[in-house]
Design a binder for this molecule. Structure first.
Ligand code: ATP
Ligand code: MG
Ligand code: MG
Length: 342
């Protein structure tokens, strides 16, 4: 029985390990944070990404390494990869760790992104603003998630600095946000889930709805874009591709080289969900049937949303997932639910 090493002990790693467990596989999770989500279905190592002895022991205890978190330091990845294969590959990680590299890569393969400018330092901001204009969004190149590290700029005179090397993006007047969750196997087989309609609040995903209600042309184009990205990267695993539906066409917002919050609906909507699809891909099993058999609305439970737990537990047609995290701080993802609509 092969053991899968997962970098990152958040809810995504937890749900990956549950999927692996159903396939009779074991997981070993590496998590620098002292209090990761959950407690079951895997062995845990709590050690930093600088702890070379712990990294080495972790790598030697597993057969293949994957991740639920793309911001693992390069030095740790170099060491891990000298011992065991990492899937998805390092190029996919490098491209998605850095918004400047990500957009440059996407444009380089002919895909549209928001107009952007490199802003290495605060003193480069005026020139970038002159080029991109307003409204625009300044985003740190690295480490941002859930809208963190972002500054919206409407008046150049009042622009704030993010505090780290950034990109300035032109604001896209989108009519909708969608995402494609796509899996690719080592032999090039691809399975894409139906695109979902995403609603964000305060930079955090609030809900995903499938079907997304957009035309077949848009959804097919979105899947083709996602397929192009994973093929170009020779990618193995599940990827989340976030897109804006804009008057000028589909625009790629960002890619996540892992299972994705907007793919949680697949747990209730498909025979094989995104977590199992990812595990299958990284251990070299054929991909499963990702066809959607129900209409689903996924809703995140953020912060004190979980105070609604009694009523949510009583709601018919609801599949509830709780991450076993402690305190319900504002903005913290505590769980999600999948409402089965048909
Ligand atoms: P995630 O948690 O998805 O990784 P993130 O911190 O990487 O989030 P983004 O996806 O870049 O953040 O942006 C968060 C949200 O902000 C987007 O889903 C979208 O609603 C809005 N947004 C980001 N960039 C733009 C843009 N250029 N134009 C318009 N809206 C944008
Ligand atoms: Mg992101
Ligand atoms: Mg995003």
């Amino acid at each position: 029985n092969r053991v899968i090493g997962i970098l990152g002990g958040g809810q995504l790693g937890r749900m990956l390990s549950v999927a692996a467990s159903r396939l009779g596989l074991r997981c070993h999770i590496y998590e620098p944070d002292a209090a990761p989500a959950g407690d079951v279905a895997y062995r845990l190592t709590n050690a930093s990404y600088e702890d070379r002895a712990a990294l080495r022991a972790f790598a030697e205890s597993v057969d293949v390494i994957t991740y639920e978190f793309e911001n693992v330091p390069t030095s740790a990845l170099d060491l891990l990869e000298s011992i065991r294969p990492i899937s998805p590959n390092r190029r996919a990680l490098a491209v998605s760790q850095d918004r400047l590299e990500e957009k440059t890569f996407l444009n380089g393969i002919g895909l549209a992104t928001a107009p952007f400018a490199d802003v290495p330092d605060e003193r480069d901001l005026p020139a970038a603003l002159a080029q991109i204009g307003t409204p625009s969004i300044l985003k740190t190149r690295r480490m941002g998630y859930d809208g963190k590290g972002q500054v919206r700029i409407t008046d150049p005179a009042q622009a704030e600095w993010t505090g780290a090397p950034s990109v300035l993006e032109g604001y896209v007047e989108f009519s909708a946000e969608i995402s494609v969750i796509i899996a690719r196997a080592a032999d090039g087989q691809i399975a894409a889930f139906d695109p979902g309609l995403n609603v964000h609040q305060g930079g955090i995903l609030r809900s995903t709805t499938v079907p997304c209600g957009l035309s077949g042309k848009i959804t097919t184009d979105a899947v083709l874009i996602a397929a192009k990205i994973v093929n170009e990267l020779d990618y193995v695993g599940v990827m989340g591709v976030e897109l804006f539906v804009a008057p000028e066409g589909l625009i790629v917002n960002e890619i996540a080289p892992r299972v994705h919050n907007s793919g949680h609906w697949t747990q209730a909507g498909c025979a094989v969900d995104q977590f199992e699809q990812h595990i299958r891909a990284v251990v070299g099993l054929p991909l499963g049937d990702g066809r959607r058999h129900a209409d689903i609305q996924m809703e995140n439970l953020i912060g004190n949303d979980i105070d609604r737990l009694p009523e949510l537990l009583a709601e018919p047609g609801v599949q509830l997932h709780l991450y076993g995290k402690g305190e319900a701080r504002p903005g913290r993802k505590m769980g999600h639910l999948n409402r089965i609509r048909s």
